[in-house]
Ligand binder design. Structure first.
Ligand code: NAD
Ligand code: LMR
Length: 338
């Protein structure tokens, strides 16, 4: 009938309005460390994201060039480069999402914890500025050691009185990206269809892929699962060694960072059922921070999902990772409070 048709077309036009580019909300994204190995390709990928209206590129050096370059791309966002601490306030003001790949990367023979002495101070300063200039923004922490830099930021935010545990994320998406790639290779399934949760933290054995929950399912032997687990845990080191002193993963990290940022923006915009793994404040285990699947929403973390059924091998891996993750968390908390 006419009535049905007109209400259906009214509904369609509402849908169209919601999804037309004109009504996509304005979102400012700031990248801190935007001129670095990760920062530059991440700036490129965020410039390609239609959910971004303003792209703020901050670094201690070289951002004018990166911003001029990326800014010529004919996509939605306006790009501005900011250089040096004097411009940090302007870089952050009004940001909905701040992505932090600032800090030094590993060289062969180093652990991520060997970066603590330099990167902890960088993260502390950047977190203080976020607390001051964009206290309501979501924060995506990429700087290593993530297991400690996320607790550092949380402590700085608590001191500033604006900490919201729903808005602070350690980016562990690269572990998921690697687990999917390596699993697809062994399971002989189309990589685009693969899902694998990765839990725990982001360093060595604290990275725990749950291949028992991988889809599409495949009947892999215990030996293959052990090897896949180890390769995922050592994925960062594999790249560090291949780059032989020229740094760590930058391109795959930019991809993973852009994917996670996009999920955060979709959550902010009210898209339902956005679920990604991330290292967040958590009560899933006895540890105060833990990576697991989280549902993203208008305020950041909407729900920390439980781990689901683990194989005996994964249960052992979970117990084995706890002491290292606990001490990395404590090291970060102690640093922020000294
Ligand atoms: P990089 O050295 O190429 O770039 C780092 C950038 O940070 C540089 O441009 C530098 O000028 C900038 N910087 C330094 N101090 C700053 C400050 N106070 N404010 C703003 N910018 C500052 O390093 P990269 O390869 O891009 O790696 C960056 C970080 O990301 C490292 O700590 C690395 O270990 C980490 N990382 C994390 C993951 C992950 O999965 N979470 C993956 C790869 C790398
Ligand atoms: C990675 O996983 O690639 C990063 O954490 C960088 C590193 O040091 O391995």
């Amino acid at each position: 009938s006419m009535l049905v048709r007109s209400s259906a077309s009214a509904k369609q036009s509402v849908l169209r309005r919601n999804f037309s580019s004109g009504s996509v909300p304005e979102r400012k994204v700031a990248i801190l460390g935007a001129a670095g190995g990760i920062g530059q390709p991440l700036a490129l990928l965020m410039k390609l994201n239609p959910l971004v209206s303003s792209l703020s590129l901050f670094d201690i050096a070289n951002t004018p060039g990166v911003a001029a370059d990326v800014g010529h791309i004919n996509t939605r966002s306006q790009v501005v480069g900011y250089m040096g601490d004097d411009e940090l306030a302007k870089a952050l003001e009004g940001a909905d999402l701040v992505i932090i790949p600032a800090g030094v990367p590993r060289k062969p023979g180093m652990t991520r914890d060997d970066l603590f002495n330099i990167n902890a101070g960088i993260v502390k300063n950047l977190a203080s500025a976020i607390a001051k200039y964009c206290p309501h923004a979501l924060v995506n922490m990429i700087s290593n050691p993530v297991n400690s830099t996320v607790p550092i930021a949380a402590e700085i935010f608590k001191k500033a009185g604006m900490y919201d545990e729903k808005k602070l994320f350690g980016v562990t998406t690269l572990d998921v990206v690697r687990a999917k790639t390596f699993y697809a290779g062994k399971a002989n399934v189309p990589v685009a269809e693969v899902n694998v949760p990765v839990i725990g933290g982001h360093a060595g054995v604290t990275i725990l892929p749950l291949f028992s929950q991988a889809t599409p399912q495949a009947n892999l032997s215990a030996d293959v699962l052990t090897a896949l687990t180890k390769r995922t845990q050592d994925g960062g080191t594999e790249v560090v060694e291949a780059k032989a002193g020229k740094g760590s993963a930058t391109l795959s990290m930019a991809y993973a960072g852009a994917l996670f940022a996009d999920a955060c923006l979709k959550g902010l915009n009210g898209v339902p059922d956005v679920v990604e793994c991330s290292y967040v404040q958590s009560t899933i285990t006895e540890l105060p921070f833990f990576a697991s699947k989280v549902r993203l929403g208008k305020n950041g973390v909407e729900e920390v999902l439980d781990l689901g059924p683990l194989s005996d091998f994964e249960k052992e891996g979970l117990e084995a990772l706890k002491p290292e993750l606990k001490s990395s968390i404590e090291k970060g908390v102690k640093f922020a409070n000294q």
